[in-house]
Design a protein around this ligand. Structure first.
Ligand SMILES: NC(=O)c1ccc[n+]([C@@H]2O[C@H](COP(=O)([O-])OP(=O)(O)OC[C@H]3O[C@@H](n4cnc5c(N)ncnc54)[C@H](O)[C@@H]3O)[C@@H](O)[C@H]2O)c1
Length: 289
């Protein structure tokens, strides 16, 4: 018996990056998975990898544009037709979307960004929850948000705003669906080494990959591991929550005084008594091993 035995999942954007890593993880955990993506070549490759790992009977691919309601409805119907029900919807597909100064951003590019990143999540929640209610027994809707939706400076204007909207949707829809035992949860990744970021050249983005306090690079599997937990019964009392998986990137904050050991406050120890007239006590730590 594995963690997700008997569960049926859909994973949008499952043909690449953290979506593909999560597809592999869900399969290893015993779930049946329908991969939904626009990229058919990468979808076929994902299915081949799953087959090579012995999961051929538990995976299917559907070409789907997550921004189109007819495609999302057809995706949910395909999961039901092929595997009999729907327990888990991982709404993860995404693109970088519109970028550039606000005065240079076209309405068309703005709308495309919100269609792929935000409308898709609304559509996924709408159709997945309908299916989950119909079959009974509850379910889990998991969404890939972003730390860019939580603070400034993590992405382009449109991308950040679209991800912030998704975080709000997670909270509000979780409150609605709790009574149906449908949990709605999110993951806010930090910088993860996927083709979306490195476009086949990870070495060019070492600065971004090394920005967080945790020394290791964020590989797609760090997201897959948290996704597996969040959709499992071990997380049964977590709903309406978006969990940062960012190696401490946001905990580091604005880093006004430097980061890590280079932080000014780490070079000496003592107490600053402000403008009280009492002396400040400082011990220099520079020579300490
Ligand atoms: N990589 C990061 O550092 C990072 C950080 C925060 C959030 N995210 C988010 O994580 C999610 C996954 O991104 P990734 O980094 O694994 O990127 P990726 O490019 O490796 O994978 C994204 C997948 O989504 C698919 N997709 C895009 N538009 C689609 C559409 N309209 N319909 C169906 N499929 C579509 C792509 O074809 C691709 O297979 C995205 O929502 C992204 O915004 C990524």
């Amino acid at each position: 018996m594995t963690r997700l035995s008997g569960k049926v999942a859909i994973v949008t954007g499952g043909a690449s990056g953290m979506g593909r890593a999560t597809v592999m993880r869900f399969l290893a955990d015993g779930a049946k998975v329908v991969v939904a993506d626009l990229n058919e070549a990468n979808g076929a490759e994902t299915v081949s990898v799953a087959k090579a790992n012995g999961h051929g009977a538990a995976i299917a691919f559907v070409r789907c544009d997550v921004a189109k309601e007819t495609d999302v409805a057809a995706l949910v119907a395909e999961a039901e037709k092929r595997f009999g029900r729907l327990d888990i919807a991982y709404l993860n597909a995404g693109v970088g979307g519109a970028f550039g100064p606000i005065a240079e951003t076209s309405v068309e590019d703005w709308d495309y960004t919100f269609a792929v990143l935000t409308r898709s999540v609304f559509l996924g929640m709408k159709h997945a929850s309908q299916a989950m209610k119909k079959h009974g027994g509850g379910g889990v809707i998991l969404v890939t948000a972003s730390i860019a939706g939580m603070v400034g400076g993590g992405g382009s204007h449109a991308y950040s705003a679209a991800k912030a909207a998704v975080i709000s949707l997670i909270e509000n829809v979780a409150a609605e669906l709790g009574g149906d035992r449908i949990r709605v949860v999110g993951i806010a990744p930090g910088v993860i080494s996927t083709p979306l970021v490195h476009r086949g050249r990870p070495e060019k983005y070492e600065k971004q990959f090394g920005h967080q306090p945790w020394p290791d690079r964020g590989e797609p599997e760090v997201i897959a591991d948290v996704a597996s937990f969040l959709v499992s019964d071990e997380a049964r009392f977590i709903t309406g929550e978006t969990i940062k998986v960012d190696g401490g990137l946001l905990a580091q904050g604005i880093a006004l005084w430097g980061t890590g050991k280079d932080n000014t406050f780490m070079k000496s120890a003592g107490v600053n008594r402000g403008t009280t007239g009492e002396a400040m006590v400082v011990r220099n730590l520079r020579d300490k091993p």
